[in-house]
Ligand binder design. Structure first.
Ligand SMILES: C[S@@+](CC[C@H](N)C(=O)[O-])C[C@H]1O[C@@H](n2cnc3c(N)ncnc32)[C@H](O)[C@@H]1O
Length: 251
């Protein structure tokens, strides 16, 4: 289960480092997540399933008081530690969340981690692990697969990836396995397996794990100051994003 996820991500650090620059992330996902996070100056932030540390680095640069990145894959953590050292960022990267992490953070961000829960008990456990580090009133911002993602495997190809449900008829059924192939600009060619969870199931799991409120936000196109304008083809992604943003407050 969790070991399976550590294994499937172990050698993908370079890809995930590179992925932070892909247009759908640069113009839609990243600014949408940062907008939701709001001002992080002075906050204690946990990047849950941090991968190569893309978000942990952004929060450290934005002035968070303490930033911790947590991941199961040592390969990801090694890459994240190297990047933080190169950039002179004070980020602690860990492969375990011990008792001291309970109720120790104001904000937990978990980008593309919920899709790797491969059973309902694992989803419930993951939600609990994401909410337990929050102080009461603290917020979780998580990105599951969008409950209404487009099941036509070719739809996301212009954006550098393909999502193929095991059975098209079950594309929006809880627990359905989805193959995610990543191949943007032929720079990479990797596949990982993810699992679909409906909005109801995600909300129930989050509330059961201690969320007082659950709100959904559509990722939106942003035009970052000083950057070239967003490529027009991103409008099709924004109409049917493959990931949603869900925000919860811990009881
Ligand atoms: C798709 S990557 C996303 C990485 C990063 N959040 C980003 O946006 O670039 C998913 C990451 O979640 C990690 N992961 C999966 N299940 C996890 C769990 N139960 N606890 C911690 N990390 C987990 C994987 O090892 C992988 O690095």
């Amino acid at each position: 289960m969790s070991q399976h996820n550590a294994a499937q991500f172990e050698d993908l650090a370079d890809l995930y480092e590179d992925l932070s620059d892909w247009p759908f992330r640069r113009y839609i996902e990243t600014p949408s997540v940062l907008e939701r996070a709001g001002e992080v100056r002075g906050l204690d932030v946990l990047d849950f399933g941090c991968g190569a540390g893309t978000y942990a680095s952004l929060f450290a640069r934005a002035g968070a008081r303490r930033v911790v990145g947590y991941d199961l894959a040592e390969g990801m953590l090694a890459s994240a530690r190297r990047r933080a050292a190169d950039a002179g960022l004070d980020i602690q990267y860990v492969s375990l969340l011990g008792p001291a992490s309970a109720a120790a953070f104001d904000l937990v961000v978990a980008v593309y981690v919920l899709p790797y829960a491969q059973s309902l008990p694992e989803l419930q456990r993951m939600c609990f692990q994401m909410l337990a580090p929050l102080r009461p009133g603290g917020r979780l911002i998580a990105l599951p697969i969008h409950p209404e993602y487009e099941p036509d495997p070719s739809y996301y190809e212009p954006f550098g990836f393909r999502m193929t449900p095991r059975r098209r008829a079950d594309a929006h059924r809880d627990g359905e396995a989805i193959q995610l192939d990543l191949f943007y600009q032929q720079r990479f060619d990797a596949s990982v397996r993810a699992w679909y969870w409906s909005a109801d199931t995600l909300e129930t799991a989050l509330r059961g794990a201690g969320a007082a409120s659950v709100r959904w936000h559509p990722p939106q196109i942003h035009a970052p100051a000083g950057a070239p304008p967003p490529p027009p083809e991103l409008a099709a992604y924004a109409r049917k994003p493959h990931a949603a943003i869900v925000e919860c407050v811990r009881r």
